[in-house]
Design a protein around this ligand. Structure first.
Ligand SMILES: CC(C)(COP(=O)(O)OP(=O)(O)OC[C@H]1O[C@@H](n2cnc3c(N)ncnc32)[C@H](O)[C@@H]1OP(=O)(O)O)[C@@H](O)C(=O)NCCC(=O)NCCS
Length: 264
């Protein structure tokens, strides 16, 4: 597949054509062009635009809804030895996206092999996050001097399997989700909560080293953003959206802050 055809820089006002999607409501961030898209466009937006709405202009997002074929580094190929076709495809596509996003930061292509803890070692001076689910691959990267950590998680926007809701929620969150479901029944709130907690974990783990359980994180959705408190009392701010049958959540920690971040 031709990589260029899947990595489009969007100049239009509605990069995903989402204005008529109908899933969106006031509690879920409306996909829209980044407020600073025009002046920063050539340097900060790569891809299809689902997760670009969730980060500041300091973060480069690259996304694809189809697989990208690309030659991998030798150690990436060695890492994939024994992996199935699906894992190879998501790994290769996400590395292609990462290389393209890092290039926007003028960072040369580098091997992105997960460590024993599954965490990727991003090139010196950069931070990044990867997510892949059926029909979607996304990567976000930034310069460490501006952004201390990023976390992105995207899942199909559908109910979680039986029993998972209870497993990932605290009693307080169940009341909160029930209230949200009454007011906004078109949204699968537990799925969005799952994304939010995974995004918090992806942003927090590289900073703290802590392996968080789902009930170690307590999430509260607000219009246009969410607040997450981890067991150590740290507050993390994130953004969420539902579009294209996908639920997405992201956390961005500016450099100089240890975990509290959010829209002004
Ligand atoms: C990493 C994790 C959060 C998501 O992995 P997943 O279910 O495969 O979902 P995604 O496809 O969205 O994300 C995978 C990517 O996360 C990244 N990742 C893995 N471990 C990570 C970590 N410790 N910190 C940050 N990012 C990590 C990797 O880049 C991986 O992609 P790759 O294997 O191609 O490099 C999850 O598997 C995990 O480690 N869970 C344990 C902790 C947890 O879930 N706690 C509950 C939430 S608080």
């Amino acid at each position: 597949m031709d990589e260029a055809s899947d990595l489009t820089i969007h100049l239009r006002d509605d990069p995903l054509g989402l204005s008529g999607v109908g899933l969106l409501d006031p509690e879920v961030r409306q996909p829209r062009p980044h407020p600073h898209a025009e002046p920063h466009l050539s340097g900060t937006i790569v891809g299809m635009g689902l997760a670009t709405t969730l980060f500041s202009p300091a973060v480069v997002v690259a996304e694809s809804f189809t697989e990208i074929e690309m030659a991998l580094f030798a150690d990436e190929l060695a890492y994939l030895a024994g992996a199935g076709a699906e894992r190879r495809a998501e790994f290769t596509t996400s590395r292609a996206l990462a290389r393209r996003a890092l290039a926007r930061l003028s960072v040369p292509a580098a091997s992105l092999v997960p460590g024993a803890d599954r965490r990727v070692q991003w090139p010196t001076g950069t931070v990044g996050t990867i997510t892949h689910c059926r029909g979607y691959r996304g990567v976000a990267v930034a310069r460490r001097e501006l952004v201390a950590s990023v976390g992105l998680d995207v899942e199909p926007h559908r109910p979680l399997p039986d029993g998972v809701d209870e497993f990932i929620t605290t009693p307080g969150e169940r009341d909160h989700l029930a209230d949200l479901a009454r007011r906004h029944p078109g949204i699968h709130w537990p799925t969005l909560l799952f994304c939010a907690k995974e995004a918090v974990h992806k942003a927090a783990n590289p900073l703290t080293g802590a392996l968080l359980e789902f009930t170690d994180v307590s999430v509260r959705f607000e219009p246009d953003r969410f607040a997450a408190t981890t067991v150590d009392g740290q507050l993390w701010w994130g953004r969420h959206t539902v579009a294209r049958d996908l639920a997405a959540a992201a956390v961005e920690v500016p450099s100089g802050e240890t975990g509290e971040v959010g829209p002004p």
